[in-house]
Design a protein around this ligand. Sequence first.
Ligand SMILES: *Cc1c(COP(=O)(O)O)cnc(C)c1O
Length: 240
Amino acid sequence: MTGITDHSANDDAADDVATRLAKVKARVRDALRRAGRPDDDATIVAVSKRQPAEAVQAAYLAGQRHFGESYVQEALPKLERLESLGAEWHFIGRIQSNKTRSIAERFDWVHTLERPGIAHRLGSQRPAYAPPLNVLLQVSLAGESQKGGVRPEELRALADAVLGEPRLSLRGLMTIPPADLDTDSARRYFAQLQTLFRELADGGYELDTLSMGMSADFELALEQGSNCVRVGTAIFGARD
Ligand SMILES: *Cc1c(COP(=O)(O)O)cnc(C)c1O
């Protein structure tokens, strides 16, 4: 790629990404087997925020197809540079209303919808040439609010707002547990989201995606029904 002169260092970095990705895939597969689920029952979103385009390229060459970004400003040039790959891009950061157009135009998925007004903006800004934008509702459980997300009692209203937008496709739920939870509390937290997911599905909402689990806790999340894990450092190493 342009501007890279130190080929050997770059090749080493690519090998590292491929090795770590293979390990994460094996751990996901093992966790799914322990839960009695098929090997391909979960999507891995490789979180490439604050990682260079070269790292995404290396993961892509190793077979990775889904990538996650948290900051619109940082993501746009990266997505443009990597456009020819045809990867699937997931927006997983806080959504500012002045950035919805870029998200609607450039991304395939949004994991972090928490307000009806943002649903309306994304729906009206999604270009006609693109398929509907896949949307997950970010849920905040137990009153914890520092990471954002809709409270369970407001979930149906938000789901209905998405269903009212023909250019959006409601796909499921997402959560980020508070960082300081011990293993048992994190397990309960994930279990609670799985329960909410099932309640919505039983209530007639067609959902197929439960996005839970990051580098530190994806096995725990898979154990509690996650079928979409968002893994950054375990694949790419420490961020810049
Ligand atoms: C950064 C981020 C991740 C990945 O975190 P790691 O600990 O590096 O795996 C996953 N989900 C969200 C929402 C993030 O912001």
